[in-house]
Design a protein around this ligand. Structure first.
Ligand SMILES: C[S@@+](CC[C@H](N)C(=O)[O-])C[C@H]1O[C@@H](n2cnc3c(N)ncnc32)[C@H](O)[C@@H]1O
Length: 277
């Protein structure tokens, strides 16, 4: 089976739209009054959720830009947030059909179907013309893509001169045996972590200039501490959350990820890059 299918099978839920609808009902909302904010606990599938997205976006100059690219967009939560905040069009691309199909419905629920376009496809061979986008970002995607050189060359190709590109990925920090499963892989076969230096090298090889690199370890550990505290205080997680995506495997995947971060084997890291003018 091609590796892309193994990756998208890993993310397959099977009945995701129904699960989200049921969780919305449990939370006392309906699909008619649900907002981009309400969906954030389930449609921002990365460490720190919406807060992490805002932190990355704050370092990118998207306010004057027309068309933004979301690489590995998942359900498109960040894309809906970006279009709401900066009033630009966002195009997302993702390998997992169920995420794209569900994401399109979520766009309709919050009336953003004309502002966000979600495509099914592979980030290393995107169906977009050269220099189509004024900026872009990628949230927790590179962990499943081995060939970072091809990935960043492809992203460089579709960005316009002067575009900025923000990355927020889980990266390899120190050597050591990782405990699986983690949210992006059941075992090492589809876990393709690279170090921040390897990311920077691949970006520079592709033609990017890298201006900043930030290890978000403390933010991540604090995020999970607060999440756990809230969950214990209310006798369980809220209806809508990452457990809606990962089902019963959620606690073990999240706990392993936290332990791997605490051991300094991995960490979420931001990198800000620019396509030189
Ligand atoms: C952890 S999820 C993050 C989703 C989204 N960026 C977010 O933060 O909510 C990882 C996503 O990367 C996507 N992905 C992995 N490899 C990909 C590839 N080669 N091309 C496009 N998407 C990919 C998966 O389908 C999945 O939706």
């Amino acid at each position: 089976m091609p590796v892309e299918n193994t990756v998208s099978n890993h993310y397959l839920h099977g009945d995701l739209l129904k699960a989200i609808q049921e969780a919305i009902t449990l939370s006392g909302k309906t699909i008619d009054d649900i907002s981009v904010e309400d969906l954030a606990p389930v449609d921002e599938f990365h460490i720190g959720g919406r807060a992490a997205t805002e932190n990355l976006l704050g370092q990118l100059n998207f306010s004057q830009q027309h068309h933004i690219l979301d690489v590995g967009c998942g359900l498109g939560g960040a894309a809906r947030f970006v279009t709401n905040k900066y009033e630009n069009h966002v195009t997302g691309i993702d390998l997992t059909p169920e995420y794209i199909d569900t994401g399109k419905v979520l766009c309709k629920w919050v009336k953003l179907e004309n502002n966000v376009t979600l495509h099914l496809g592979n980030a290393v061979a995107m169906p977009f013309q050269n220099e189509s986008f004024d900026g872009g970002y990628m949230l927790h995607v590179g962990m499943n893509i081995e060939d970072k050189d091809s990935l960043f060359k492809e992203i460089f190709r579709v960005l316009r001169n002067g575009a900025s590109f923000g990355i927020y990925d889980v990266m390899r920090i120190e050597e050591g045996e990782l405990t699986f499963p983690v949210p992006w892989a059941m075992d090492r076969s589809i876990s393709k972590l690279a170090t921040p230096n390897q990311y920077v090298e691949a970006l520079v090889n592709a033609g990017f200039e890298v201006s900043k690199e930030t290890n978000r370890r403390d933010f991540a550990l604090e995020f999970f501490r607060i999440l756990r505290e809230k969950s214990e205080a209310s006798g369980g997680p809220p209806p809508l959350g990452l457990h809606t995506l990962m089902k019963e495997s959620t606690p073990v995947k999240i706990n392993n990820m936290i332990e791997n971060i605490k051991a300094s084997y991995i960490s979420p890291v931001e990198i800000i890059a620019h396509k030189k003018i």
